[in-house]
Write a protein that binds this ligand. Sequence first.
Ligand code: AMP
Ligand code: MG
Length: 443
Amino acid sequence: MHTIDQALGVMMELFEPVEIEEVAILDALGRCLAVPMHARHASPAVDVSAMDGYAVRLADFGDRHLSVSLPLEGESRTGGPMPAPLAGGTTMRILTGAAVPEGADAVVPQELVTLTESNGGAPRSIVFAERPKPFANIRRRGEEVRVGEVIVPAGHPIGPGEISILASQHIGRVPVRRRPTVAIVSTGDELIDLADTPTPGKIVNSNAYGLASAVVEAGARPWMLPTVPDDKEAIAATLRTALRADVIVTSGGVSVGDHDYVHEALQAVGVKRILWKVAIKPGKPIAFGVSDRRDGEAGTRRTVVVGLPGNPISALVTFAIFVRPGLHRMMGDRRPMPALIKARLGAACRHSVGRVEFVRVRLSAATELDDDGTHPLTAEPLVQQGSGAHASMVGCDAFAILSSARGDHQAGEIVRVLLLDPGSLRADRCWMGDYPPTRLIPT
Ligand code: AMP
Ligand code: MG
């Protein structure tokens, strides 16, 4: 039996980053850039005004506190043509975002001036109460982004902010790692498909649906294969097809039951077992393997195989612990591990020493203030924690981690929590077992 951190360390190494592809910018949402993107042009591209007001030359001002009246000549409009240079002894109307005319070295906001109107009503000259500071209210060329500067680094998830800056730089296609394909192989004589008529003793292959949606959430492509009975040859035949995928996730049949044939079938199709059984609850019988084969002249092709237990809860919990970070790493995420956060247990939890337990919880901000005036997160265990109880995943947004070194946990104890949807809250490494770790594990 392996500790969870040993297993994570070994298994993360198996999920090597996949190839790079170029995609339209919106298709990059949630993925990671494979290479850093650099600014193609400065932003702003020229000096622009930060306010609606008047462009001036400081040389036309005398003593700081003496007011100055300057005739109004022309206008610089946002999106308009480059304005003519600002003639000495004049001022120019300028709008927010418009180019600052050559020669101007400050913009005075319109709220700070007085207009002298001509007979027709159009302002003829502008009275400035005092001399502005050099480059006041001017956003200088390149102030935000310099040419060549890294605007989005490689390896961190792309969200709306990253997409926005890429678009601002005329970057419409970006290099990302392709989405890995994850074959889902469900084994079990008891399984029927969703469309089949229910019969006694049979259950719907719900894992295929739960796992496929977890694969989509992780950013990869699910490939649901037809359900396979508990038969070594049948499982091996399906695995042979599934080996075309980057990752195979099997469900069921990895334990030590009389009809658990997944190990033998994997061996029959040349998958090398790397590790089997991890001291966690739920999910102890999880297995990892790898198939590295020659692929034409080009080199080798790898399929990572994760054998998940059939219990629907065990399958989803072990997917979140092991497969999701693995997929993130394949997709080039520099910080593929989930960041663990702290929460207070909302109720006591029975627990036995020896395994790290993942308790399905709902998170909420406690109504009582903590000593530091903040609302601590409370992790409320969901009823029915048995590893087969589907219902405990409904409304579940995290797993509270109970230490393997301790027995029962009390209500109010601080525990570490693994978020079901980590969003961009990621880490380069994390220890899901006992912390601080007794030894470093490569990630
Ligand atoms: P196993 O890991 O094959 O021993 O399966 C453990 C239990 O999980 C079985 O008794 C089933 O009740 C359940 N199970 C197995 N496979 C699935 C599946 N694909 N969908 C839903 N439940 C399953
Ligand atoms: Mg089974």
